[in-house]
Design a binder for this molecule. Structure first.
Ligand code: GLC
Length: 513
């Protein structure tokens, strides 16, 4: 069935700077990723994932480490060449791994030739590709703020013409003007360039933010949740652009896109599914924002399930390159039960590199900080083994490597059946072999406080998941007859009974009937 791979599969996000360095410059690269694909799929001891999302590897001055693109159609020399990309794609496909790439359409780098032309004069044909305005007596054109904490106004005055340009991130990341047809057509071309090369789809950066109020009216000063709505994001017209992209994607068989959509109101978030004519999925970041509580997670999942239109397919993620790793946010002792949650909910799971071994944020000394908004701790090198620099590089790594390599590395965990890596691997395999987990219905089950229980059912299969969110043992009565244990997060458990005591932070997956 068309579209089944991204519904059934498990995704894995790779931050290319930090996965594997192959040329000894301390920065990860595309040949490095290719060399590590066996970790992901193709062998008995692989994790077993089905698709990777690569954060940007395009030419970039690296002010935002690749999210400031100066050429959408080339690989930055730090990461390799287009030929390296083609090899990576072929090797991934050979192992049954699909590849989606990051599309960054909201802004370019200020070194992109489009912007260089645009800023050169007010009558340059590319002037209107970006958002330029006169200031208000020396102040920016309106009150919009950069979405990066600490940057201040979303406007910078350009000496050459005296006008201000819009940038919702760094001044080095000018926003494109999505009301301009030339911009829309150019980005279609970028998508086709990568689709023609054989990529399986896109993760679209800031997908909700492209289109801004054409009159540049300021944002309301006081906001009661969601209203009056801000005028610099989540406008109705952005859906028009998403429909256009969907038409481009649909020119190619079996491709997909998932959008980074930061919209807090779930009723507005589900609009991004359109009528199955927009991007296939918006990310649901609500799980990732939850504090660790059974009631909190249950509440978000239930609301999400209630609001999703029938054709819409959910997704789940707990970590990415923009947030503190969840083993740090929730505590490593909860990483196992978090893994069970992520891989048994209804919808496509997205893992972040290193979470399968329980990587935590690495403390970054002040003189090693490189990201403007402090996200270095969740972007440190992948921990392959206990050799110097974790097997990531032979040189000085661009960010410090963690100190806990004896326990938290692929080599330390690969052959250990009780490791977190083994648990992830088993969960992925159980999911792969289970219609109920991949495609089945979700229904919450009654449970005491601190416990989140649900069932997943398909035609001939019924699975029950019970997750203890507390660090106390919990006695419970499984109101489901004839259950057999499939998997516990506690490697010491080999059976369950109808009356059972779950250990602290324990989750179980059981088969009924
Ligand atoms: C997205 C990316 C983030 C980046 C920003 C600007 O939020 O996930 O890493 O800094 O867009 O491109």
């Amino acid at each position: 069935m068309s579209g089944s791979w991204w519904r059934d599969g498990v995704f894995y996000q790779i931050y290319p700077r930090s996965f594997q360095d192959s040329n000894g410059d301390g920065v990860g690269d595309l040949p490095g990723i290719t060399a590590r694909l066996d970790h992901l799929n193709g062998r008995d001891d692989s994790l077993g994932i089905d698709a990777i999302w690569l954060s940007p590897f395009y030419r970039s001055p690296m002010k935002d480490f690749g999210y400031d693109v100066s050429d959408y159609r080339d690989v930055d020399p730090a990461f390799g060449t287009l030929a390296d990309f083609d090899r990576l794609l072929a090797e991934a496909h050979r192992r049954g791994i699909r590849v989606i790439v990051d599309l960054v359409p909201n802004h370019t780098s200020d070194e992109h030739p489009w912007f260089v032309e645009s800023r050169s004069s007010t009558d340059n044909p590319r002037r209107d590709w970006y958002v330029w305005r006169a200031g208000r007596n020396g102040a920016p054109p309106n009150n919009w703020r950069s979405w990066f904490e600490g940057v201040g106004p979303a406007w910078t005055r350009d000496e050459r013409t005296g006008e201000w340009y819009l940038h919702h991130f760094l001044p080095g990341q000018p926003d494109l003007n999505w009301w301009n047809e030339g911009v829309r057509a150019a980005m279609d071309g970028v998508m086709r360039f990568w689709l023609d090369r054989g990529v399986d789809g896109f993760r679209v950066d800031v997908a909700h933010g492209l289109v801004k109020d054409p009159r540049l009216r300021g944002n309301p000063r006081v906001r009661v949740f969601g209203r009056p709505a801000p005028r610099d994001r989540d406008l109705d017209e952005v859906h028009e652009v998403h429909r256009r992209w969907r038409r481009v994607i649909d020119e190619y068989p079996d491709r997909m896109a998932v959008g980074e959509v930061h919209v807090r109101d779930l009723r507005r978030l589900v609009r991004y599914y359109g009528r199955d004519d927009e991007l296939q999925m918006p990310f649901n970041f609500h799980l990732l924002r939850q504090p660790w509580s059974a009631a909190g997670f249950r509440g978000v999942v239930d609301e999400w399930e209630r609001l999703l239109p029938a054709h819409a397919w959910p997704n789940a993620t707990l970590s990415n390159h923009d947030v503190v790793r969840h083993a740090t946010r929730y505590g490593v002792e909860r990483a196992r039960v978090a893994a069970m949650l992520l891989l048994t909910l209804r919808g496509t799971p997205f893992l972040y590199y290193g979470e399968e071994i329980g990587m935590t944020n690495v403390p970054i000394p002040a003189d090693r900080v490189v990201d403007v908004v402090g996200r270095d701790g969740e972007r440190t090198p992948m921990q392959w083994d206990a050799s110097p620099n974790a097997g990531f590089t032979s040189a000085d790594p661009w960010l410090p490597v963690a100190a806990d390599l004896g326990r938290v590395s692929v080599a330390a965990q690969r052959g250990d059946p009780t490791s977190l890596l083994s648990l992830y691997r088993r969960l992925v395999r159980v999911r792969r072999g289970s219609d109920a987990l991949r495609r089945g219905a979700y229904r919450v089950l009654p449970s005491g406080p601190g416990v989140y229980a649900y069932e997943r059912t398909a035609e001939r299969e019924r699975l029950v998941v019970v997750l203890n969110f507390t660090d106390r043992a919990q006695r419970l009565h499984l109101a489901v007859a004839d259950t057999r244990l499939v998997l516990s997060t506690d490697p010491g458990r080999d059976a369950i009974s109808e009356r059972l005591t779950l250990g602290a932070n324990e989750g179980i997956l059981a088969r009924a009937g």
